[in-house]
Design a binder for this molecule. Structure first.
Ligand SMILES: [Fe+2]
Length: 296
């Protein structure tokens, strides 16, 4: 049985702890930085379609999932990749999907959906692409399996079969949206292949306005981007004949009215050719995206 002094101490201690808990609750709340709202930049691009329509252009979500199916080497690679801020990619992807769904517009993702090609990342990204009806092309990170991350075409071989079901443009395909052909292609290491160039010519034959959708911005001498930032810093080289001819070819093609890309984690808009604007989306893990209205 407790004495009076023990009971009084118990009450005093209870009241002291209760008041501490009450005081610390708002302080705990302040310990978290609020997540800034999704930043949606709005732009308008003439496309030459019968009816205007809009899309939400997102890029570089860099989701970073890993689970027990991924081995120790993948775990070590994932840990080496962890960077403050990028963990918000999944959050902002959800926000972008809500935004687009509320407006009845399609989400077009220009690559680096994931940060590395773990089993968990590919499974999650593929499910999101399928269930949320996202139109996505591949980025260089869709292929990164390990610290070797060689950016040569042969490095893609192991991962391509895992991506083909959900990602578009592996290596090239056209998606019809709003009366235009969105020509999706894999230039994730900065270069294109003859297969992609040939697929582009087939799309041109359909005679519809074309939006090019790829990961690495297509470089031109007229733009404010330098070669390193537009092609990547890892030896990506637009100077191979097939790639440079492809860029010149699409610049000449009057059906090409827009180029959508990502990769450099900053928004850019500039004239790509006499007929087309290039739009580079900011990083979705920073909450950046672009609502593009394609007009007549
Ligand atoms: Fe990238």
């Amino acid at each position: 049985m407790k004495s009076d002094s023990q009971a009084a101490f118990g009450r005093r201690e209870f009241l002291r702890l209760a008041s501490l808990a009450a005081c610390s609750a708002p302080l705990r709340g302040l310990a978290y930085d609020p997540i800034p709202a999704l930043k949606v930049r709005k732009v308008s691009v003439p496309l030459g379609v019968a009816e205007p329509f809009s899309i939400l252009h997102v890029s570089d979500s860099h989701i970073a999932r890993i689970d027990s199916r991924d081995g120790e080497a993948t775990y070590a690679f994932a840990k080496s990749r962890s960077r403050k801020g990028r963990e918000l990619g999944e959050y902002y992807l959800g926000e972008a999907l809500h935004y687009a769904r509320a407006r009845g517009i399609k989400v077009v993702h220009t690559g680096d959906f994931m940060d590395f090609a773990s089993v968990a990342n590919i499974e999650h990204a593929a499910r999101r692409i399928r269930t949320d009806d996202i139109v996505a092309c591949v980025g260089n990170h869709e292929y990164w399996l390990d610290a070797g991350k060689k950016e040569v075409e042969s490095y893609k071989t192991a991962t391509i079969p895992k991506l083909k079901g959900e990602w578009k443009g592996v290596p090239a395909s056209a998606v019809r949206l709003g009366g235009a052909n969105f020509f999706m292609f894999d230039n994730s290491f900065g270069t294109v292949t003859e297969t992609i160039a040939a697929a582009f010519e087939e799309t041109v034959k359909e005679g519809l306005p074309i939006v090019l959708v790829c990961h690495v911005p297509l470089w031109t001498e007229d733009v404010g981007l330098n070669v390193d930032s537009s092609c990547g810093a890892l030896g990506r080289n637009l100077c191979d004949a097939v790639s440079s001819e492809f860029v010149e070819r699409v610049r000449r093609e009057s059906l090409v009215r827009a180029v959508l890309a990502g990769h450099i984690h900053g928004f850019h808009q500039f004239a790509f050719s006499d007929h087309a604007q290039e739009l580079v989306a900011g990083a979705l893990f920073n909450g950046d995206c672009t609502e593009i209205e394609f007009t007549k």
